[in-house]
Ligand binder design. Structure first.
Ligand SMILES: Cc1cc2nc3c(=O)[nH]c(=O)nc-3n(C[C@H](O)[C@H](O)[C@H](O)COP(=O)(O)O)c2cc1C
Length: 350
């Protein structure tokens, strides 16, 4: 019920706040005998770190994981894996001004109404920092998927209204935006800088592709693969929509256009995004998420105090100008977590 756990067979529970001493995750259900080191996890965490202040927060976290349990002599033991990432670069002073205010677009209002108390420092658990635990868990899920030849790739499809036109997947890890179109990168960076200088923020679209998935993953009817992917991805802060395959464009297509015909070597197209009836069909799984603009902006906005007095707010502090690019490795992690869980559920049936 408390909503901090994802998965059935490969189960992750995250914990921790943005400005608390640490964040972490317990991964339960990981098969034994997988090689897992802190470096494997740190490598994944490094992709989520803010690397370029032109496009991300100036908060500098080293993000080194400590493996507390579940690994012995470099191998998973099958017991719960507990991972901790300590917060090192915490500065809560900017949040003193927000003590009794609600940031428009953020979770301050809803957390207070839900719990009657909120950790305002850095957004508490509604902070983008919470996603560090997901990425750590995703590194464990990757180990499970590696064994079965399943790979997940995510990248920036659009940011600040500029769309990647070229799809050069080799480019993705070479630039701070995870963008597959080298021509779009300078234009996006310029746009982000302009928006940042004006005290505002932007949104965009991330596309995720999973390759090597066998047919048969997904548990109809209430744990369909597309439903679980949507739940995992929508569970990331700032994600406001998920598309699978041709997604919303399907509304303008004919059945004869949208249906993926079959030939002797498989499907002839992939409008389904690799999922039919909630079950993977063996084709590439394709999903997209819409990411809203960052809520904490310097531009003055109307709000109220906790006791309802109208006021205005200009948010200071070390905020991202967009959740993209840092959300890209988080999307990868969430898809890995869902696929590892679905894979282990399918193995149990087989
Ligand atoms: C990687 C990442 C980084 C984020 N950085 C910030 C940030 O610097 N400032 C901020 O106000 N929100 C940031 N967010 C967005 C908030 O976490 C999110 O908007 C908030 O929790 C409200 O949830 P909702 O947008 O899903 O309604 C970030 C989100 C992610 C995933």
């Amino acid at each position: 019920m408390p909503g901090n756990t994802l998965g059935t067979m490969f189960r992750v529970t995250t914990w921790g706040e943005s400005h608390g001493p640490a964040l972490g995750v317990v991964v339960d259900g990981c098969p034994p005998g997988l090689a897992l080191s802190a470096e494997d996890i740190d490598d994944e965490l490094a992709w989520r770190r803010a690397r370029d202040t032109r496009v991300s927060t100036s908060r500098r976290e080293p993000d080194r994981v400590e493996i507390i349990s579940g690994v012995f002599e470099g191998l998973t033991t099958g017991t719960p894996i507990s991972l901790v990432i300590y917060n090192r670069d915490v500065d809560s002073s900017a949040y003193d001004d927000l003590k009794n205010l609600f940031r428009p677009g953020h979770a301050d209002y809803t957390y207070l109404h839900k719990y009657g108390i909120r950790d305002r420092r850095g957004g508490g658990r509604a902070s983008g920092r919470e996603t560090v635990a997901r990425v750590a868990a995703g590194a464990v899920a990757k180990k499970v998927l590696d064994q079965h030849g399943i790979t997940v790739l995510a990248y920036t499809l659009a940011l600040g209204g500029i769309r990647a036109e070229k799809m050069d997947f080799e480019e993705i890890y070479k630039n701070p935006l995870f963008c597959p179109d080298p021509d779009a990168i300078p234009r996006i960076i310029q746009r982000l800088q302009e928006v940042k200088e004006s005290g505002d923020s932007v949104g965009g679209i991330v596309e995720i592709r999973a390759r090597g998935c066998p047919a048969g993953l997904g548990e109809p009817v209430f744990a369909k693969l597309d439903a679980m992917l949507a739940a995992g991805l929508m569970g990331i802060g700032a994600v406001k929509g998920v598309e699978i395959g041709s997604g919303f464009a399907a509304s303008d297509m004919l059945g004869s256009e949208h249906n993926d015909g079959l030939g002797p070597s498989g499907f002839l197209s992939n409008n389904s995004g690799g999922i039919l009836g909630g079950i993977s069909n063996g084709d590439e799984i394709v999903a997209r998420v819409v990411v809203k603009p960052i809520p904490s902006i310097e531009k003055e906005q109307q709000t109220v105090t906790e006791n309802g007095t109208p006021t205005t707010l200009s948010v200071k502090g070390r905020h991202d100008v967009s959740a993209i690019p840092r959300i890209v490795p988080v999307c990868t992690a969430m898809v890995r977590l869902v696929l590892a869980d679905m894979l282990l559920q399918q193995k149990a049936i087989e």
